[in-house]
Design a protein around this ligand. Structure first.
Ligand SMILES: Nc1ncnc2c1ncn2[C@@H]1O[C@H](COP(=O)(O)OP(=O)(O)OP(=O)(O)O)[C@@H](O)[C@H]1O
Length: 414
């Protein structure tokens, strides 16, 4: 690709960006992202496809009021480009945007071979945002060039709080009966439709489009999967296990492929951020095939549209809590605890909390509380919480306080 061709692509995309910048977007709760751009000066925004990564980068540039250049490498005219092409692209960027541009935003650059060294060189003089929907993009051999020199955040589809903002419901701290009702009605809808911005703008069928895009572009294409039918069946089966323990070995028999293949497919789905495997506390992470794990799905909308079994409210609620915790902990320090005769849904090690989730409307079952107490003998957590559907209050057991928090409050405040 020569510089002239590259210039045309950069200029075409510049027009699209200008149009995007003129629109109003929903503010994302991602903390002080700008901070990441100061030192070190590469910020990677990772996360499931269509969660709003490029929009967030553009919002950030707008907020900082800085001059920046943008290029999306997920553009057909840029497929198959080489390391040499990157030099011409760089020059084209300066010609289109000016030599004095300091901030560079690159979408999906990880599809280009040798991108890490390119970024590593640019970072000497520029501040860079890269986005990607592959959790392994920063763990390859070449990425060592960037080790310790980038911050990364994982962006999820809208959280419940962001969803309320999108629906123009300005109740972050509902107290009056009317506000509580409004928020609870919105929560029911959120549990059904989820938080992919496009699914809320275009309609729920868009979830299917996004789901298929993830399967094909982020897994099938990347991992060169040929048995499409079986892979789709596998993906749907594993999603149907949301909020449950899953045995990959068993799925091998259901889908009828060998263990190595299943392992690769599960790896692919997890790397695309579509599903997340929560490990059991205290267990050494061996191979995916053998370790005990529970599976959670990135968005309630995907659960509603794709899972095979009848919708189970208790599990839907547990899934939404899992995603909130994963989002806030940025995928770190979360486990479930399972002993001989007890289970606790989440051990949030970072915040020293044990969290049980139940679809209780008028009474929390004794077994849920016993589970908390037993797990607490093991981990000595600071806080013990039961997330309920509608019960609020406190109870003391053996000198330890247990809080009962309704789901809407937990999602908004905790
Ligand atoms: N904060 C927001 N407010 C309103 N709409 C949004 C917001 N973020 C994203 N969207 C909409 O969602 C869609 C996907 O957003 P975007 O392209 O930023 O996602 P992405 O994660 O970069 O996608 P991909 O992984 O495919 O590159 C776009 O149509 C965008 O307009």
């Amino acid at each position: 690709m020569n510089v002239e061709e590259a210039k045309r692509i950069v200029a075409d995309q510049k027009e699209l960006v200008e149009e995007k910048l003129s629109q109003n977007y929903i503010k994302r709760d991602v903390g002080d992202v700008e901070r990441f751009l100061r030192i070190p000066n590469v910020l990677a925004i990772l996360g499931v496809r269509r969660s709003g990564k490029s929009t967030l980068s553009l919002m950030l540039m707008k907020e900082l009021k800085v001059k920046f250049a943008y290029l999306n490498f997920d553009d057909e005219s840029l497929f198959g480009i080489t390391t040499e092409d990157l030099r011409n692209i760089e020059q084209a960027i300066y010609e289109v945007y000016g030599n004095d541009v300091i901030y560079l935003v690159f979408d999906e650059i990880h599809n280009v071979k040798g991108w890490e060294l390119f970024i590593s060189r640019l970072r000497e003089s520029k501040r860079i945002i890269i986005t990607g929907s592959n959790s392994k993009m920063l763990s390859g051999e070449l990425a060592t060039a960037l080790t310790g020199r980038h911050s990364d955040i994982v962006l999820f589809p809208f959280s419940f709080r962001e969803y309320l903002r999108f629906r123009n419901i300005n109740v972050e701290n509902p107290i009056s009966t009317r506000d509580v009702v409004t928020v609870k009605v919105a929560l029911e809808k959120y549990l059904e439709e989820g938080g992919f911005p496009e699914a809320l703008i275009i309609g729920k069928d868009q979830v299917d489009v996004i789901y298929n895009d993830i399967l094909f572009k982020d897994v099938v294409f990347r991992y060169k999967i040929r048995e499409m039918g079986k892979f789709k069946e596998f993906s749907r089966s594993i999603i149907s296990y949301y909020s449950s323990e899953v045995s990959l070995s068993k799925l091998t028999k259901v889908v009828n492929v060998d263990k190595k293949t299943i392992d690769l497919w599960a790896f692919g789905l997890e790397n695309s951020y579509l599903i997340y495997f929560l490990p059991r506390y205290g267990e050494k992470l061996k191979e995916r095939l053998t370790f005990n794990k529970k599976v959670y799905v990135v968005d309630p909308g995907v659960v509603s549209r794709i899972a095979l079994r009848a919708r189970d409210k208790g599990r839907v609620i547990e899934n939404v809590v899992a995603i909130k915790l994963l989002r806030e902990n940025q995928l770190k320090g979360l486990y479930y605890i399972k002993g001989k005769d007890f289970e606790v849904d989440f051990y949030d090690e970072l915040n020293s909390r044990l969290i049980q989730v139940t679809y209780a409307v008028d009474k929390v079952e004794e077994r849920e509380i016993k589970g908390l107490m037993k797990a607490n003998e093991l981990v000595k957590a600071r806080e013990l919480i039961v997330v309920t559907y509608d019960i609020e209050g406190k109870e003391e057991r053996e000198g330890k306080e247990i809080k009962f928090i309704p789901l809407y409050k937990f999602l908004l405040k905790y």
